[in-house]
Design a protein around this ligand. Structure first.
Ligand code: ADP
Ligand code: 5GP
Length: 217
């Protein structure tokens, strides 16, 4: 049996991977690639009051809700964090995240700096946060236009808000510049690999090491 097989069977805590970036820098693309290539990850599907884009599916990309429904979830303490972003409300449902963590699964959060801050305050030891930067503001604008899923006025708001989001880069554990997508993705995978190997995330090591020391050779 390969050494890695033994290592991957050692019991560990799930991690909460937070990806943030200004809109258009590529975090959804990186998140999608990670979810496709790494079946240990589950996406935290947020609740939002923003209108659904043509390519989005309710329940898969977001839970699209009215403002009234959102307020009811918030007032019933069903949200782990929430924030107003670009004039709409966004939030992380509490139940799915708590279930994943209790079962030791890894969860991916595509949330803004306000949400990242709230999660860090609530579950610091479980959070690994990565800030994705664009290579330039000109490229950020070009990507927002190329995505062509938002109206011109929405793109302008997102560009204006990009500066505020970028100012929070220093609060994150890691920073990845998404110039070449393959390279940026490789860097994110490297971060995840390293974080999963942290001793304090692997309670199963105690039994493994006891077994090693008890082994008669
Ligand atoms: P975000 O989730 O950060 O708003 P997206 O993942 O939707 O951003 O990416 C915005 C647009 O930029 C998409 O059309 C995506 O295909 C494109 N994109 C992402 N990464 C790169 C890259 N490294 N080079 C060129 N285009 C990219
Ligand atoms: P978009 O409208 O492009 O899908 O997302 C806009 C912004 O809202 C992005 O920065 C995204 O990360 C953020 N966002 C999405 N879901 C959540 C959430 O549940 N909580 C918070 N705080 N931000 C979110």
């Amino acid at each position: 049996m390969a050494v890695n097989d033994i290592g991957s069977r050692i019991r560990r805590r799930g991690l909460m991977l937070v990806l943030s970036s200004p809109s258009g820098a590529g975090k959804s693309t990186i998140a999608r690639n990670l979810l496709e290539s790494d079946k240990d990850f589950e996406l935290s599907v947020s609740v939002t009051t923003r209108p659904r884009r043509g390519s989005e599916i309710d329940g898969r990309h977001y839970h699209f809700r009215s403002k009234r429904e959102f307020e009811s979830l918030r007032d019933n303490d069903e949200l782990l964090e929430w924030a107003e972003v670009h004039g709409n409300f966004y939030a992380t449902p509490r139940a799915a995240a708590e279930k994943a963590m209790a079962e030791g699964r890894d969860m991916l959060f595509d949330i803004d700096w306000q949400g990242a801050k709230q999660l860090r305050e609530k579950m610091r030891g479980d959070i690994v946060s990565i800030f994705i930067l664009p290579p330039s503001m000109a490229e950020l604008k070009a990507r927002l236009k190329r995505r062509a899923e938002d109206q011109e006025s929405v793109i302008e708001t997102r560009l204006l808000n990009a500066r505020e989001e970028i100012e929070h880069w220093g609060e994150y554990d890691f920073v990845v510049i998404n110039d070449d997508l393959d390279r940026a993705f490789t860097e994110v995978v490297a971060i995840v690999t390293g974080e999963r190997l942290r001793r304090d995330r692997r309670p199963g090591l105690f039994d493994f090491v006891s077994g090693l020391l008890d082994e008669k050779v």
